[in-house]
Structures are given as C-alpha cells and as structure tokens.
Design a protein around this ligand. Sequence first.
Ligand code: AMP
Length: 394
Amino acid sequence: MEKVILVLNAGSSSLKFSVFALPAADEMRAVAVGQVEGLGTAPRLKVKDGAGERIADAQWDTSEVASHAQALQRIAELLRARFQGSVLAGVGHRVVHGGPDYSAPLLITQEAMTRLETFVPLAPLHQPHNLAAIRAVQEVQPDLPQVACFDTAFHRTQKMVGDLYGLPYEYYERGIRRYGFHGLSYEYIAATLPAIAPEIAGGRVVVAHLGSGASMCAIDNGRSVGSSMGFTALDGLLMGTRPGNMDPGIVLYLLQQEGLSAKQIEDLLYKRSGLLGLSGIGNDMRVLLASDVPRARLAIDHFVYRISRELGALAAVLGGLDALVFTAGIGENSARIRELVCEQAAWLGIEVDTAANEGGGPRISRPGGKASAWVVPTNEELMIARHTRKLLAL
Ligand code: AMP
C-alpha cells in the first residue's frame, strides 16, 4: 500500500492541510491541498488535488463543526474516501513555538506535549491551536506517529548576543529573548538555493518573507544569523494588520494615558494596524496597489521603507550582502513591490532587471552588480513533510 504523510497547520480560525505521497526515490509531491476557514463563525472547506483541480468545496453549519477537532474529523473522512488505497504513515505539524531549546523537529510524546504546553504563554494566539490539532489526531489514532516542526527552530543558530533584549538578565533566563519566526519558510529557501542559485547559496543572503505576516532573515552560508521578528511575531516589518517594530513606550502610553486594556491593545496590535490601519482600506496588497487613495500609497511607501531599513540592519549583521531573495504572497507575486525595494537597495549594489522582475525571476537583477536579487517561491508544507519523512524514516 502506498504511504502518505498528512501536514497540518492549525491557526486560530483555520486549519490548513496537505497530503504528500512518498515516491521511493523522488521528491515528495502534494496530492491534496486544502483548508478550513471561518472556524467558529462560518466554517468552509476547500480542497484541491495536486494539479489544482477542485476536490471539495463545502460550507458547514457552526452547530456541526465548531472546533478544530470536529473539522479534522470531517477532513479525515474525506481523505479516507479519496485515498482508500493508501496508508497514513505520519502527521507533520507546524508548531509556532519551540522555545529556547528545540532547534530541530520533534517526535511527539506525552513528555514533549507537556514541554510544548509551557510555551503557550509565549505564543498565546497560535500555540494552543497547534497543540489542539496534535491532540485531535491522538484521539482518533493514538498510535499514529506525529512530528512537531517549529517556526523558531531554524533561528537557534543565532548568537546569544543577538538573542538578547536590554532588560535585566533574569528576564532572558525567563525566556524573554529573540526567537524569530517563519523559520520553516527560511529553511526551505536555504535548502532550495543550491539548486536554483548556487552562486549565492554559500554567501550572505537576506530573505524577505513578505506575506500577510512579514519578516526578514539574514542567512550566512545556509544558517540563520539574524531575523526581524523577535520575542513574538509582532516585531520587525510592517505587516497586513500588525505594526511591526515600534517604541515599547507606545504600549505604556496606550495603557496609562489612553486607558486601553491589555486585550484592546492586543487587538490593536494584531488585527487593526499595519497596512490595514495605515491605509484605512484593507490589508490586501493587491487592493492597495490598485487604489488611488493617498493613504494606500502612504501605507505601501511605509511598507517598503521598513523593509529597506531592516535590509540595512541585516546586511550589517552579515558584514555585507551578496543577495536579496523575495518570497511569500507579496514577495513572489508583486513585481512592483520588489522593484520599489530593489530601488532602495541600490546602495548595496543591487540593479534590478525590469524585464526579469516582471517575468517573476528567479534572478531579477542585472549581472555584474555587487549583490543580486531573486524570487524563490516558498513551501513550508513541503519542508514539514520532508522533516516528518526523515524523522519517521519513511
Ligand atoms: P501569504 O500570507 O504569503 O499568503 O501572502 C498574502 C499576501 O500576498 C496578501 O497581502 C496578498 O495581497 C498578497 N498578494 C498575493 N498575490 C499578490 C499580487 N499579485 N500582488 C500583490 N500582492 C499579492
């Protein structure tokens, strides 16, 4: 019987999943990709096969599918019917936080779950859902091996001097340090560069993961040496609905002078800021680029400005720059944003090739510049599947 791996990525109101077939020698390929969105409000399932053809599209009643566990049961029924001739050999999960210790994927045991629970306060909006998905699978198939792949793990190669905040040292020991996120995306890019861009794979590379969450990572010879996200995924760049790096005094001001509660500030920082808050019209970059509302332009300009500042900072961490790589929804699809960022990076020796940029790359800079620019699509799900296959020796 053919073996398959299930990859799960559980968010607060969504559950994304992919099924990977395991050909003997070749790279794995996704044979089904789907998501449930609107959990808790109006749950909706969409599934496509490996070629992008629709397998399922269903709207569920909240009274029937209220939780991740219930959604998972429905997904399991659908996948069992579709993959009758296959056996599920393992499940790989995206788990946002691996704390200070975990620098590699982990086979789930009871002991591991207890340890991962202790990281819930570090990522209260994500970690509980990630762990709930693991428990939901355990309930249905207790003996099925499960693997946790962490968004923080790839960054554990960073030096302690860069991990610190300038608080009294005991706060560092209590876990208040820079963890960095989007690690599975960066790891995938680092693993892909030797094939796509061998001339830069061993060099000093900054990867810009520009999606609805956005961050940048400095990679030296394939290893993470710096990242824009820190203790939480609020730090660094301007994002769809998050402000990115800002003076912590603003939080004090909002608490003390404007009388906002912690919950209201959380809502402001995670859901109402960023491109949405600045533009006043939305968090979708496509909408902003097509708009002639002045604040949409201002939001885009600030987005690019913040990327440029961070690029300078990460180039300093690397001691120079050989290449800039764009990835994720905006990075892979918006030639305009890439062009604006590259223009600002001219001082680092990047000269954008307009036609190559419009064509989507992979190389989008002219030859001969001191540094090059690239577009490399990310694939976090495949990274999780690879880790799961390796750890379970499948
Ligand atoms: P992700 O979180 O990686 O799925 O990325 C989502 C973001 O990518 C959203 O802000 C979308 O507006 C943006 N995006 C997707 N396609 C395009 C495009 N063609 N041009 C600009 N932004 C895009």
